[in-house]
Design a protein around this ligand. Sequence first.
Ligand code: GLC
Length: 693
Amino acid sequence: MIHHCTIGQALPTGAVIREIAAEKDLPAGFDAELAGKTVTIRRKLAPEEMIMGLGQAVGGVNRRGQRLRAWNSDDFSHTENKECLYGSHNFVLFINGAESVGLFLDDPGEIFYDLGFTHPDEAVITACNGGLDVYVLRGGTPAEVCRELRRLTGASYLPPFWGLGYIQSRWGYASERDVTEIVENHRSRGIPIDCVSLDIDYMDHYRDFTWDRRHFPDLKGFAAAQKADGIRLVPIIDAGIPVDENDTAYVSGREQDVYCKKADGSDFTAAVWPGRCVFPDFLRPETRSWFASQYRTLLDAGIEGFWNDMNEPAFFYSDEGIAAAYAVADELRGQNLPLEAHDRLKGAFTSLNNSREDYRRFCHTYRGGKVNHERVHNLYGWGLTAATAQALREDAPGERRLLFSRSTIIGAHRDGGMWMGDNSSWWSHVLLNLKMLPSLNMCGFLFCGADLGGFSCDTSPELLLRWLQLGAFTPLMRNHSAHHTRLQEIWRFDNWEAMRGAVRVRYALMPWLYAQLMRAGLTDSLLFRPLCFDYPEDGEARQVEDQMLLGEGAMIAPVYEANARARHIYLPEDMLLIRFRDADDLDTLPLKKGWHRVRLEANEFPLLLRKNTLLPLAGPAERSRDIDQRHFRVLGWCDRAVETPFYQDDGLTAAPTLAEGNALLTADPAERTGRLVTREGEWATDVSRVIWE
Ligand code: GLC
């Protein structure tokens, strides 16, 4: 089914403007063909045409030349050849000169994208599920087409203000003592921090909704004491529930019959961290409500935020898979193994993880009927996120809470944010994570970020520092690493003071960053945009993918190469270079439009600001709640009196509106002080560092 949505028409969220039954009604430039259950959409690409969107994937912002696949996958090796990662974001944006067309493919099954990979001048999209819903979004600029996607699919999740604070995480924190040590080591060195996220080690034998009572004897008291110190604990919750008669969640779910079923009606099982698990059938609203109710004990212990993981769903193996692998081993035992036989033996065991056969082994119940998992695979992650969001909403209906998830699909952007999954401590991943930001934003995911420092492999002091300098600008700022890798907390490195500088800059910028995020969310805009969105006529800007426009009036250009002490930065117009070292240690330099080679020592990182835009910096704070939101030092390069849109609210209340939060920063060359103007009043700002031309 093809739906046409024209920019400018008011679309109530999720409504379809006009339905056109025949595939031939795709707009000019597209062809569609239906053969059996396979829908193929083709587009001839103009020489300069760019293809964007598609959210979480390796490769460039302009995806032309890539081959991708929508199939949510637990894959910890994000190498260039990977066609899919954890999420499916089926929004493709074709930009050809002044014409932008977006296709939103609303389908939870596998979709193949050949975007000029086989033939450079042709894009081919193939979906094999049958019943594909295609929404055609057109008639505006790229940003307007992206806005239309959100009008159609819903507004983006917005976090509480504290969710923008620095989060320290590691697979391995296992006790109150560990958390205390982490917090103390940040506090004693003046490194700002707001959250410690708890990985599977806090649980009792990796079982959801439990905690290890030996190491967290009084979670409620501990969480309360931490909160009093400005620290929130953010535990992980995984998708699988262990098959264990002593597990309260398991028994309750079995009684309510909420688990995914095999064809014979029995519960499907596969192994994850705790061993053999069942998997809630999140497609059923009753299951989501049941799962939401399981959060009660953690919520009662004072937990206010969660991260959801393994929700592709990820499987280590199934009993059937193991049996099949052993059958191959038995068959080949004692034989001489030529290449093919050896490959078969090896493959029988290495393909046990997340096997396609396992996904075919079970069904969901949807509107009274049975649906094989394979047909709706990419929805599973959303279900876990939606259930968690429900739990948080029911617990505190008036409040925004923190939630980010690994496996997502367009639609899940309404319920929570996401992190980019198991990256590696590789320099190339700093750039990869930077490029993913606008692609995710285009698909509605605004609250996102990467594991700073890298998840797998050992990080280096310089790599972590440069990654933190990028993370200073991403809404989710979390340092996370895998067990058995080098310990990755800031204080463990010789250059910790430079790293602290990056986190302090983040805290000084937090009111501004929050304003940018909220304004983007409340106007269905992008927080991070490629330069070509705002400068479509600029041939240089079209090429740049290692700098991103941030919010209204700023641009980031992080260093992402080892030993680099400078980088090239393209300015699509005159801009002010701000070189940060620490919150109170920076220099500024007005620069003209064009290319510049900017020196950036290891402890320095840039933010570029459009002329006649004001950037407010808050005073020092080590907790988000201690940030003074009224008194700012303002930076800018202006040639006239200016008013910069701003946003402020209490950082917590649910359903914020732009009208309520709207604020302004003003500066006038004739006056010694600038002003912060909010609905609540006016405050003087220090504009002594604004450069007047
Ligand atoms: C997955 C997650 C990672 C987490 C680990 C253990 O790999 O992506 O963030 O640390 O599981 O829970």
